[in-house]
Design a protein around this ligand. Structure first.
Ligand code: UDX
Length: 434
């Protein structure tokens, strides 16, 4: 099929490359010319494992190209995926839909033959119905469907090529048929293909992310209780996770969730539920958000405990800036939030991350950055592991003990072995652990 993918960020660039990989003719479109130029040369403008190889493969085949024109997109494609961002609106919990609106408006104006517009962006429920009405005015031959995306950064290529499920919210059987055939390879491989109305499809995405955020905040709430009682949240999570009804995933207690999705999606859901008059139904999500943010404050306190109550005049090695490992994304990163907070309290903060330094520098120019783990550790009074990169998990407590000024460790992700670190002479603190 001839398809376009509009918006080539973390979601769209991966989607475009994967759709080309399964054999479609694909045009990726973005307003950011630098991003388009990089992608056209096969260089992803962000770190995502597997994406450079995929771009190289499709480059050789010649069925993926990039451009900046919505008119060209309208002329080229029969199916148009909308993959632009829906960030949190400034001064509000609500999602900012200006990019989605602009793309649909801009594209529909140029559509003069039957085509399918497919929303992938995460939007408040009801957005698709509003956009469908606008498309009916501007391009009566075009139809809208909603097909939420569940990919995780760091494993985005695999999540797209081998998804758990495909959900399509449609207005006609024809739209479902087009999408079933477009995703034919996955459907034939046994991926469940769920056809719903558009509102349900929009809600599936928001409900899934709300559940995941709730699961993380649940275990972090248990960590707070553990801290008050001397219990240990790590074996606690292991034990409850062995109940098949609960399951072990997303029960890693620590500094909590960040990124471009979970935090803003639960807030947008709270805002939308308010507009719909069902705010009570999701009022627990406020608590989920608050538990999550309290973990950041607690991490700052744990460091303070180790250095007698003041960060002033101390050197703090912050290991990690990305919101999670295998990503260079620093949007709403708990690690950077903690680093900035310690910096404001007078700490001499030095940040190291294997991939996210450029993005971190742009967002927090006030912090100091170094290009290696060794440089970060040298002379540190407190070392804090705030993103669970393998490089940090693999540190040898004895060797690292020789590099730092004081053996003080805050393990914000519960990835180090407390016994080994204490044995090597470290004062070890973690979230929810004695
Ligand atoms: C999330 C959803 O998982 C994905 O389905 C959706 O499409 C987009 O949002 P992503 O933002 O890439 O994906 O990150 P995810 O792997 O879900 O992690 C989110 C955050 O939760 C990270 O900051 C991670 O460190 C944290 N987390 C995750 C925990 O603190 N504990 C856990 O047990 C799991």
């Amino acid at each position: 099929m001839r398809i376009t993918v509009i918006g080539t960020g973390y979601l769209g660039a991966v989607h475009a490359a994967c759709m080309a990989d399964i054999g479609h003719e694909v045009l990726g479109v973005d307003v950011d010319e630098a991003k388009i130029a990089a992608l056209a040369e096969g260089r992803p403008p962000f770190f995502e494992p597997g994406l450079p190889d995929l771009l190289a493969r499709t480059h050789e085949r010649g069925n993926l190209r990039f451009g900046t024109s919505l008119q060209e997109a309208a002329e080229f494609g029969d199916v148009h995926f909308v993959c632009v961002g829906t960030p949190q609106r400034k001064g509000s919990y609500a999602a900012d839909l200006k990019y989605v609106d602009a793309v649909v408006e801009g594209l529909a104006r140029h559509l003069d033959r039957p085509s399918l517009i497919v929303g992938k962006s995460t939007v408040p429920v009801g957005t698709a119905a509003r956009l469908a009405a606008r498309i009916a005015e501007l391009a009566p031959q075009a139809e809208l469907a909603w097909n939420p995306e569940f990919l995780r950064e760091g494993t985005a290529v695999l999540d797209t090529l081998e998804p758990d499920r495909l959900v399509v919210g449609v207005q006609s059987a024809h739209a479902a048929d087009v999408l079933r055939s477009l995703y034919g390879r996955m459907v034939e491989a046994g991926t469940p293909f769920l056809v719903t109305d558009m509102a349900t499809a929009e809600l599936v995405k928001v409900a899934a992310n709300s559940f995941l955020a709730t699961k993380i905040s649940f275990i972090n709430a248990m960590a707070e209780v553990c801290e008050a009682t001397g219990a240990d949240v790590v074996p606690l999570a292991q034990a409850i996770g062995m109940d098949a009804r609960i399951g072990p995933k997303f029960l890693a207690a620590g500094l909590g969730f960040g990124g471009g999705c979970l935090p803003k999606d639960i807030r947008a859901f709270i805002a939308r539920a308010g507009e719909l008059g069902v705010d009570q139904a999701v009022s627990f999500l406020r608590e989920v958000d608050e538990i999550n943010l309290r973990r950041r404050a607690r991490t700052v306190e744990l460091g303070l405990d180790l250095i007698d109550g003041s960060y002033r005049g101390t050197r703090i090695a912050v290991l990690g800036a990305a919101f999670k490992p295998n990503s260079d994304d620093i949007r709403d990163s708990p690690a950077l939030d903690v680093a900035a907070s310690i910096g404001r309290r007078g700490g001499d903060v030095v940040v190291y991350d294997p991939q996210a330094l450029d993005n971190a520098r742009r967002a927090h120019p006030e912090l100091a950055y170094v290009n290696s783990l060794d440089e970060a550790l040298t002379g540190a009074d407190v070392t804090m592991v705030l993103t669970e990169w393998d490089e940090f998990q693999d540190m040898d407590p004895v060797a690292v003990g020789e590099q730092v000024a004081q053996r003080n460790m805050v393990d914000g992700r519960n990835i180090l072995d407390p016994v080994a670190w204490r044995k090597a002479g470290w004062r070890y603190r973690a979230l929810g652990r004695p």
